[in-house]
Design a protein around this ligand. Structure first.
Ligand code: NAG
Length: 154
């Protein structure tokens, strides 16, 4: 009985570790999501970003005007998957660390259980409500943003 119990506890984490880090090439055991982040800043400004979750570090990216960064992942089986991005633009004058994915009723509804479409604009970051086709402002930039030294909050 004890062996069975530990097997049942172990199995999901095995599936998770196999499944989680590889952007689920073609298949997710759980719900899969695509997160898109587009640079819609004015005056051809670049947008720098660095995104991560508890399990993945997606590296640093610099998006030229209208460029899009996207990533794909499978939810972990506990539904605790979260991704953050650290943004900055205009020589670090504006930016911030914002959560771009979490398993919340409102968010998954706006993403229609599949695509979270973020648009970075001069006045903040918007998320597309897929069903209505309306972009909703979710965050405003922090001014005089400086890259923090530490990250890894859960
Ligand atoms: C903007 O980003 C692009 C793509 O990464 C890069 O080639 C270009 O040098 C950047 N421009 C500026 C002004 O930093």
């Amino acid at each position: 009985m004890r062996a069975l119990t530990s097997y049942l506890v172990f199995l999901p984490s095995l599936i998770l570790s196999v499944n989680y880090n590889y952007s689920c090439l073609g298949y997710c055991f759980t719900e899969g999501y695509l997160v898109h982040i587009s640079n819609h800043l004015s005056d051809n400004r670049n947008l720098s970003l660095h995104c991560w979750s508890g399990d993945d570090n997606l590296g640093n990216h610099e998006l030229s005007s209208s460029a899009e960064f996207e990533f794909h992942f499978c939810l972990n089986i506990w539904g605790t998957t979260k991704f953050w991005c650290d943004f900055s633009w205009n020589h670090h004058q504006y930016g911030g660390i914002f959560k771009v994915f979490w398993v919340g009723r409102k968010l998954v509804q706006m993403c229609n259980h599949k695509n979270c479409v973020w648009s970075a604009r001069d006045d903040g970051i918007y998320l597309l409500d897929i069903v209505s086709g309306i972009f909703v402002k979710k965050y405003i930039w922090e001014a005089k943003w400086h890259q923090p030294q530490t990250r890894g909050a859960k």
